[in-house]
Design a protein around this ligand. Structure first.
Ligand SMILES: N[C@@H](CCC(=O)N[C@@H](CS)C(=O)NCC(=O)O)C(=O)O
Length: 215
C-alpha cells in the first residue's frame, strides 16, 4: 500500500494516523507541494484535484482524506473505527463533514497563513476556528469521543488540525474538554504525531514572550 502525502499536511496526517492505529504497513511517497508536484500530469491522473493525500491499495486509487479513512476503516478495521449501525454511522459522517467543512475553512486555513503565507483573512478564519472549537468543546463535555462510545474515524479526522491550531494563532488553552480529548487520542495504541512547526503561537518569539511574562 502506498500513501502519497506531504509531511506538513494535516489532511495527509489523518491518514497516516489511521494507518498507524490499524497497524498497517505502507510506503510513504512525499509529494513536494511547494514545488507543485501535485499538479504534474502523472499526479493528476490519480487525483484530478491535484491534492494530497492519495492512497494506492493494489489496483485501487482512493483520494480525499475522509474517503480514505472510510475505505481503510471498512476494509481493515471491520466495525471498530466505523460502526455499521445506521445511527452511529450517521453520527460519524456528521463529524467527517465538520472536518471537511468548518475545520478546514477555519483551523486548517489559519495554519495555511502562518506556514505557507496563504492569502486568507486571519481575523475571519481565527473567528471561524473558535466558533467550531466552542461547539466541539461543548459536545465533549459529557463524552470521551466525538461520535460514539469508542474512538472512530471522526476523532481521527478532527484531530490533526485541532492539535496544531496554535500554529495558526488559534489559542486552544481554554477548551478543557478538547484538551482532554486530544490527550485521549494521543494515548491510543499506535498514535503517531504530525511534525510541529515553530510558527504562530508555537513560534520561538511567542514562546520567549510567554516565558518573560511568567512571574
Ligand atoms: N478534500 C481534500 C483536501 C486535501 C487538501 O486540501 N490537501 C492540501 C494539503 S493539506 C493540498 O494538497 N494542497 C495543494 C494544492 O491544493 O495545490 C482531502 O480531504 O483530502
Amino acid at each position: 500500500m502506498k500513501l502519497y502525502s506531504f509531511h506538513l499536511s494535516g489532511h495527509s496526517h489523518r491518514v497516516h494516523l489511521l494507518l498507524s492505529l490499524l497497524h498497517i504497513e505502507y510506503e510513504t511517497i512525499e509529494v513536494d507541494l511547494r514545488a507543485g508536484a501535485q499538479k504534474t500530469p502523472e499526479y493528476l491522473v490519480m487525483n484530478r484535484f491535484g491534492q494530497v493525500p492519495v492512497l494506492v491499495d493494489e489496483d485501487l486509487v482512493v483520494s480525499d482524506s475522509n474517503a480514505i479513512l472510510v475505505y481503510l476503516a471498512r476494509k481493515y478495521g471491520h466495525t471498530s473505527w466505523l460502526p455499521d449501525d445506521p445511527y452511529a454511522e450517521a453520527e460519524v459522517q456528521r463529524w467527517l463533514s465538520v472536518a471537511a467543512g468548518e475545520v478546514t475553512y477555519g483551523l486548517a486555513a489559519a495554519r495555511l497563513i502562518t506556514l505557507f503565507n496563504a492569502p486568507r483573512n486571519p481575523k475571519e478564519v481565527i473567528a471561524r476556528s473558535h466558533a467550531v472549537l466552542e461547539v466541539i468543546d461543548a459536545e465533549l463535555r459529557e463524552r470521551t469521543w466525538i461520535a460514539a462510545a469508542m474512538p472512530t474515524i471522526a476523532d481521527v479526522a478532527l484531530y490533526s488540525y485541532i492539535a496544531h491550531a496554535p500554529e495558526g494563532n488559534v489559542d486552544i488553552s481554554s477548551y478543557v474538554n478538547v484538551g482532554r480529548w486530544l490527550e485521549a487520542v494521543e494515548a491510543l495504541d499506535g498514535f503517531v504525531a504530525l511534525q510541529r512547526s515553530a510558527v504562530g503561537l508555537q513560534s520561538t518569539e511567542h514562546t520567549k514572550l510567554i516565558a518573560k511574562e511568567q512571574p
